[in-house]
Write a protein that binds this ligand. Structure first.
Ligand code: F6R
Length: 612
């Protein structure tokens, strides 16, 4: 199993490339941050600079050269897979002649045998990376009198794995090459200049027009032209997509961290997800599903496929779909589903949930669903991303770029879309239950705001709980996935061991852990299952476990049980997760920062997991 989450940036045009590359790398740093490097044309040759650590270290190294008259270059921020994070292993990598410079996201699976083959042919390798074979292979093919394009094509035909490459060649000073196979790459189309990035968020503020490369496409980019061919040398005619995101959304503003800014965006995120989708008489209109509406009417079973936080949103989706649409629903980890041998019934609809739209396992599971003839839908935040393009239809989140590595606002948005989708699919769009649901949903942003306005209460409680080494998160029904998500958030940004558990399951094992050193975060809003939750909390209290509860305003039952309680406004049960998750996100944020960690860039994590 591999994980790879590096960032690629490229530039060709009228501006000075180095500062564009450094700025681009900074915006991509959330994808990987153990080392970084750039290669730029300077006075007829290519200069390369690399450094270990965050991009600011590289920025310092190149500070004196930032105004160099260089108009083409590539850059990379690395999240190590092959070889430790050091300068030699940092990208770009080059050939024996220092002619060809390559940055790479992904994994080349057959690199060992190719490296051995090249070494036997006299090539000298410096790094432990898989990437380094690429410039050497191109160099080797060039020796056989091939031109650069043919040498590149021959290289692509013998490597196996997943990749996105940005390449520059000292003999072709006016061309930036880009290749994609299973690892995302997007071209930013400018006037007299063009950009390249592994993630469209790195292009915000530079251009709004982008081209997403498809698998097996090779782009030759000059400052005025973009020419794209496939592995069969046929020209392809790409679609230019318009990015909605603006610069302000990609900046921290007055917030200390993106994570906090994005948690505070919650109310706006719900409003953006609802905008234009609630019609008179509370009908839900989802434009992205119209083209498949007839097929959707016949849905007999729903499969939700996702990873991580998006998977937890999917688990809540299961409760929503089964309660509102009465359609049997299953949620799968995409990483499991892709290898599962399960029977496929006709009239099953597969829904992928993905903030990035690039998660490799989610993409693979959707491709598998398609191969079996299922209709595939996406709930995706990143417009034009691979999952958005490969699903038959879908609904965009319109949540703006999520920069903090730990997902917060995307979860809120995914829940909102799932509620809308459930009503849309329920066929009885106008029934009174759906009316209540949507009326209540409209009130959620204000209720969220009242929670956010009291973030100082959570901050104080974070101070009290920050030194514990373990946490149990408990919830039931709709709030069980919230417990899982709360535990995941805490783990990710504070490195505290936390387990999410369905409260009913607690006595089947996890209760053994409870002691005065093992606090429980109980999600216990007032609903028709809360009495059961209260009994579970009695069991914890009897064993001396500290309890921090999230409960509904005015519910006095909790005060005698919990050591601390954070009260939230009342809503109906299917909408509770939209409120209960916010204090948990804030708790993780404050504990993480109080423990001194950079919560926007948690260790070992990166934003989108684009390789299996
Ligand atoms: C957790 C987190 C991850 C992602 C997961 C799926 O905070 O961010 O668990 O939710 O990697 O990513 P997407 O939604 O981009 O497919």
């Amino acid at each position: 199993m591999y994980v790879n989450m590096c960032g690629i940036i490229g530039y060709i045009g009228k501006q000075k490339s180095l500062s564009i590359l450094i700025n681009g790398l900074k915006t991509l740093e959330y994808r990987g941050y153990d080392s970084a490097g750039v290669a730029i044309f300077n006075n007829g040759k290519i200069d390369i600079k690399k450094s270990v650590g965050q991009v600011k270290v590289l920025e310092k190294t190149v500070k004196n050269n930032i105004n160099l008259n260089s108009h083409i270059g590539i850059g990379h921020t690395r999240w190590a897979t092959h070889g430790t994070p050091n300068e030699i292993n940092a990208h770009p990598h080059t050939d024996c002649l220092n002619r060809i410079f390559v940055v790479h996201n992904g994994i080349i699976e057959n690199y060992k045998e190719l490296k051995e083959y090249l070494q036997n042919r006299g090539h000298n390798f410096l790094s432990d990376t898989d990437t380094e074979i690429v410039p050497h292979l191109i160099e080797d093919f060039l020796k056989n009198n091939k031109d650069f394009n043919s040498a590149l094509l021959c290289t692509l035909k013998i490597i196996r794995g997943t990749y996105a490459f940005a390449i520059i060649d000292s003999e072709n000073p006016n061309t930036l090459y880009a290749v994609r196979f299973s690892s995302p790459l997007v071209i930013g189309v400018g006037k007299g200049e063009n950009f390249l990035a592994s993630d469209s968020s790195a292009l915000i503020g530079k251009t709004k027009n982008v081209i997403y490369l498809n698998d097996g496409e090779i782009a030759e980019i000059t400052k005025d032209n973009i020419s794209i061919t496939n592995l069969e040398k046929q020209k392809t005619f790409p679609e230019v997509t318009h990015l909605e995101w603006d610069l302000e959304q990609a900046q921290k503003g007055t917030y200390e961290h993106f994570m906090l800014k994005e948690i505070f965006e919650g109310p706006d995120i719900v409003l953006s997800a609802l905008r234009g989708r609630l019609k008179n008489k509370n009908l839900v209109k989802l434009g992205g599903l119209e083209q498949v509406a007839n097929k959707l009417n016949k849905t007999k079973r729903l499969l939700i496929l996702a990873c991580g936080t998006s998977y937890y949103a999917g688990l809540i989706g299961e409760y929503l779909f089964e309660e509102i649409t009465k359609i049997p629903t299953e949620v799968h980890f995409a990483s499991e589903f892709r290898y599962q041998k399960e029977p496929f019934e006709k009239e099953t609809v597969a829904i992928a949930i993905s903030q990035s739209g690039e998660t490799a396992d989610t993409l693979a599971s959707i491709r598998k669903a398609k191969e079996h003839g299922l209709l595939t839908l996406g709930i995706v935040n990143t417009v034009g991303s691979t999952i958005a393009r490969e699903t038959d239809a879908g609904v965009y989140n319109h949540a703006g770029p999520e920069i903090g590595v730990a997902s917060t606002k995307a979860f809120i948005s995914q829940l909102t879309i799932l509620i809308l989708m459930a009503v849309y699919l329920s066929k009885s769009n106008e029934n009174s239950y759906n009316n209540t649901l949507l009326q209540e949903l409209k009130k959620i942003p204000k209720k969220m705001q009242t929670i956010l306005n009291r973030s100082d209460e959570i901050e104080k409680l974070a101070e009290k709980y920050k030194d514990y080494d373990n946490f149990l998160f408990l919830g039931r029904r709709y709030n069980y996935p919230v417990a899982l998500e709360g535990a995941l958030k805490l783990k990710e940004v504070s490195y505290i061991h936390a387990e999410g558990c369905s409260a009913g399951e607690m006595k089947h094992g996890p209760i053994a852990m409870i002691s005065e050193d093992f606090p429980t975060m109980a999600i216990v809003p007032q609903n028709n299952i809360s009495e059961k939750m209260l009994s579970n909390l009695e069991e914890i209290k009897a064993r001396g476990g500290p309890i921090f509860a999230i409960a509904t305003e005015g519910d006095k039952r909790i005060t005698s049980l919990a050591n601390d309680t954070f009260f939230i406004p009342k809503t109906i049960e299917p909408l509770e997760p939209l409120l209960t998750v916010i204090p948990l996100q804030l708790l993780a944020y404050y504990i993480g920062t109080k423990r001194g960690f950079d919560v926007d860039k948690p260790r070992n994590l990166a934003k989108s997991v684009t390789v299996e």
